[in-house]
Design a protein around this ligand. Structure first.
Ligand SMILES: Cc1cc2nc3c(=O)[nH]c(=O)nc-3n(C[C@H](O)[C@H](O)[C@H](O)COP(=O)(O)O)c2cc1C
Ligand SMILES: CCCCCCC(=O)C(=O)O
Length: 354
């Protein structure tokens, strides 16, 4: 790595230097005018933290549990497609990094490795989640989910905010399409090959009839706990909980789907209130600092997920780079907790927000 990165923005700059314009635009870009993409980052900074002093912080721990699984910190790795396009270590490298950091990695349906490749390429006992896109060819989706279940993945994350691709103008400008030599097994199963496919082309494979009844059936039939990802509206969070989900991920897909929706920092509180403890609430979008994690927890999230930051680490240094990013976030979180007067994650409560 050319410079010694000391914050996530440094990894972002490194990744931009390393990637060609097409892949960089695909990874970094958002939808439309990218208002939501920018707002996601900015809004965490608007939730100011209010420390308590003279609290014993000689032994601060970032450890917690998510859906009952112990993790070293309330920071998980979000599902991100096409990781071998960032670095040859790909999703297996990301899974090893997450395992070494003591946290959970979520494998995308649109990964460049199958669930079994990731399971064999990373420590067997590390908890991993599988993200589900329901394609029109539901057989492809079913086969992947069954593979993930058989390989020991411990939860399913059903993404519901992407019946079509958002208007991703970076991709339109660069003419981004998946390069030769990068295979996405799910796409190859559905279409016979993945080279040359565009994001809009991929999303045209989605089952746009997906409904609340489908969610109910999916949850009822699943041997694994199900989280629903891409919830914006508090009433949808309640509907999901009524259908039995174990967790709700407040997410706008990193500002890549509908532009001009609120930042996730601003959607989180109303969802927490609507769910009222009936399921765990996670949030992603724009988390770039340990202080952002504190704000999310103070607003009621059980944990956060990071998408691009982990990907920038992977781009910059493969598995080791992704691990550095996760460790950096953990160190920032531990410092923020110390200065906030919170020795334990559960001490980060609403009264720590100004
Ligand atoms: C390049 C890229 C690919 C993504 N691929 C997926 C995906 O396959 N499935 C999914 O549910 N979300 C996907 N997401 C959304 C992320 O899971 C997550 O919601 C988002 O990245 C969080 O915002 P952040 O990047 O600011 O942390 C993707 C995001 C990016 C940036
Ligand atoms: C060309 C592959 C597109 C995969 C789409 C994955 C995704 O969710 C995203 O936001 O991008």
């Amino acid at each position: 790595m050319p410079i010694d990165p000391c914050c996530l923005a440094d990894y972002e700059a490194l990744a931009q230097e390393l990637l060609d314009a097409g892949p960089h635009g695909y990874f970094a870009g958002g939808a439309g005018d990218e208002r939501t993409l920018r707002a996601n980052v900015a809004a965490w900074g608007e939730h100011r933290l209010l420390p308590r002093v003279l609290v014993d912080v000689h032994d601060v721990s970032t450890a917690t549990t998510v859906l009952g699984t112990p993790v070293s910190m309330p920071v998980l790795v979000a599902p991100v497609a096409l990781q071998k396009m960032a670095h040859p270590d790909g999703e297996a490298g990301m899974a090893r990094a997450a395992a070494a950091a003591g946290t959970i990695m979520t494998l995308s349906t649109i990964a460049t490795s199958t669930p079994s490749e990731v399971a064999t390429g990373a420590p067997a006992d590390a908890p991993r989640w599988f993200q589900v896109y329901v394609l029109s060819d539901r057989g492809v989706t079913r086969t992947l989910v069954e593979e993930a279940e058989a390989c020991g993945f411990t939860a399913l994350v059903l993404t519901v905010d992407a019946p079509r691709a958002g208007r991703r103008e970076c991709d339109l400008r660069t003419g981004f399409a998946v390069p030769e030599g990068i295979d996405m097994p799910a796409v190859t199963s559905a279409t016979g090959g993945s080279a040359g496919i565009t994001p809009a082309g991929f999303f045209s494979l989605m089952d746009t009839t997906l409904s609340w009844d489908d969610l109910e059936t999916f949850v009822a039939d699943s041997p694994l706990p199900v989280l629903v990802k891409g919830i914006h509206h508090p009433a949808d969070a309640r509907k999901a909980v009524e259908r039995g989900v174990a967790g709700v991920v407040v997410s706008n897909h990193g500002g890549r789907q509908l532009d001009n929706v609120p930042a996730t920092a601003d959607m989180l509180g109303p969802v927490v209130d609507a769910v009222a403890g009936a399921a765990e609430i996670l949030v992603d979008g724009g988390i770039r600092r340990g202080t952002d994690v504190c704000a999310a927890l103070a607003l009621g999230a059980r944990a956060v997920l990071v998408g691009r930051p982990a990907l920038w680490g992977l781009t910059a240094g493969g598995e080791a780079g992704a691990l550095q990013v996760l460790k950096l976030l953990q160190a920032e979180l531990e410092l923020a907790m110390t200065l906030l007067g919170c020795a334990r994650v559960e001490d980060i409560t609403a009264d720590r927000l100004a």
